[in-house]
Design a protein around this ligand. Structure first.
Ligand SMILES: C[S@@+](CC[C@H](N)C(=O)[O-])C[C@H]1O[C@@H](n2cnc3c(N)ncnc32)[C@H](O)[C@@H]1O
Length: 493
């Protein structure tokens, strides 16, 4: 099953290429993964241009702060390398309260509104130690408050066959009600076997003079008193230092990695954009921006596609295992034709409903032995469940055969992102068609129809629900719900 994904802060698409897979890097195929990006966003026009040259789906160019998330499709997964300049160890003096530092709050807003099952966020290593860890704790707490179990791990690009010593924090969140798991990918390459920089540098002495440092620049570095962190020419037999978004402004006096072309002639040069892209594990068929400075910036900002591929493959494995656990694949659909034959009139008629009206379990008016169907309410019908005026519930086309139709009695609307609270009685359960409410619909578009009536507010407040069958339909008994009151969670296996 393909998972739908929203990519926030997509940049030129390093993370998104890794997530989708289907590319080759250094002779190895990174197979296509089961993800589909249904929404991608970045506010940098040039990054979006590069993105849109490389992917069939298109990214939107907008400031995330102005985006109304209710207008974008629901997704299973959100990925977002929220901007890190303000957190970066490269820039330790920067005020962590500036607007860019707070962009993680846009992730919080997204989680609150869209509640994807999973999310993956990338950030710089410095985030872990900034203000003695206070910043990352605050960010993770805010993610958790949106209903997620959240973990993070420092991942080293060199351990996945990438010739670069880049280290990044990968934060993974899983919605709490799902009880799902995720394992970070295991390293594929170990110390001693790291891919050397030489694997991606075809030739040192390239003809284009613009990449070479001038004699003056070389002399300047030689004369510099403190050149410890300067002139960082790389040993081709080991992985390269981290390439950053700063690459466009690389000088011999900066802390960016450079190449020594000829020691006796004192020739040094910067990487070409294509070399930088290779160091970041972009395949050679990834189209770069026409502007070199923009290219360097986008490449330096990117999550190495190969690194993201490994994380995404691990996520794909987790999704498969979790879905299997949730029984999604083994649930059978009910057959409406068979039901019509079996119940030519109504499936159930609960005539005694009037006697339970207004009772709560404490009054003893509810029958705790009876079945309750917990069922997802469609977004456009939520209002009538919030004001308890709902009279008819139509199921979707799909309805699991595991529900005991002839025992349908109580009904609990499950409101996405809220949970369950109110109890209704199912007066009549029958097979109907969508045509009853939408005359334009086909006669044979069968649905189960429940004629319902509000009974009482059963839980003091909305309780989160963990439903294993499609997270939409499940029947249980009233006595089980009594237990859930104490647990403050409705979890049904
Ligand atoms: C670390 S980069 C993401 C790189 C990307 N994940 C990749 O792998 O190529 C962060 C991105 O956030 C974008 N950005 C920063 N502020 C933004 C905002 N307010 N709205 C939308 N995008 C923003 C930047 O343009 C930049 O491309």
């Amino acid at each position: 099953m393909v998972s739908k994904v929203a990519s926030l802060f997509c940049g030129c698409g390093g993370s998104d290429l890794g997530l989708l897979g289907g590319f080759n890097y250094l002779g190895k195929d990174y197979k296509k993964l089961d993800f589909e990006i249904v929404y991608a966003l970045d506010f940098d026009k040039y990054a979006v241009d590069t993105y849109n040259k490389n992917f069939v789906h298109k990214a939107e160019c907008a400031d995330i702060c102005d985006v109304d998330f209710s207008n974008i499709p629901d997704v299973d997964v959100m990925i977002g390398g929220f901007p890190c300049q303000s957190f970066s160890t490269v820039n330790p003096t920067k005020d962590t309260n500036d607007a860019r530092a707070n962009l993680y709050k846009q992730i919080v807003r997204f989680l609150k509104e869209k509640q994807p099952k999973y999310f993956v966020c990338e950030n710089v290593k410095g985030l872990m130690t900034l203000q003695k860890g206070a910043i990352i704790t605050k960010i993770l707490d805010e993610f958790r408050a949106m209903g997620y179990n959240v973990r993070y791990k420092l991942i080293k690009a060199v351990e996945y066959g990438i010739p670069q010593r880049r280290e990044r924090v990968i934060i993974v969140g899983i919605r709490k009600d799902l009880d799902y798991t995720f394992e970070y990918p295991k390293a594929t390459t170990h110390e001693g076997n790291y891919t050397p920089l030489s694997a991606v540098i075809d030739e040192l002495a390239i003809p284009e003079s613009k990449y070479y440092f001038s004699e003056r620049a070389v002399q300047g570095v030689k004369n510099a008193k403190n050149n410890m962190k300067r002139g960082l020419w790389q040993d081709l037999s080991t992985p390269c230092l981290t390439v950053t978004a700063h690459l466009a402004k690389t000088s011999m006096n900066s802390r960016d990695p450079i190449l020594l072309v000829d020691a006796t002639k004192e020739l040094y040069r910067r990487f070409t954009p294509r070399e930088a892209a290779r160091i970041q594990s972009f395949p050679d068929n990834f189209l770069l921006n026409d502007s070199e400075p923009k290219s360097y910036k986008q490449i330096g900002n990117a999550i190495p596609p190969v690194l993201m591929w490994h994380i995404s493959e691990a996520l794909q494995d987790a999704i498969k295992a979790n879905d299997k656990k949730a029984n999604v694949e083994t649930v059978h659909l009910i057959n409406f034709e068979e039901i019509i034959k079996k119940y030519p009139k109504d499936i159930v008629e609960n005539k005694d409903y009037a006697t339970t009206k207004g009772y709560t379990s404490l009054d003893g008016g509810l029958d705790l032995t009876k079945n309750v169907l917990i069922s997802l309410v469609k977004a456009d019908n939520i209002d009538q469940y919030l004001d308890r005026s709902a009279k008819v519930y139509y199921t979707g086309k799909k309805f699991p055969s595991t529900i005991a139709l002839n025992k349908l009695y109580y009904f609990m609307p499950y409101i996405k992102r809220k949970g369950v609270r109110d109890l209704y009685i199912i007066r009549i359960a029958r097979v109907g068609t969508k045509k009853e409410v939408h005359p334009e619909c086909d006669d044979n578009d069968f649905r189960l129809v429940f004629e319902i009536e509000y009974v009482c507010q059963y839980f003091d407040d909305y309780l989160p629900v963990h439903l294993d069958i499609w997270r939409a339909f499940k029947d249980t008994t009233m006595s089980y719900l009594e237990k859930c009151k104490k647990e403050k969670l409705v979890a049904i296996e």
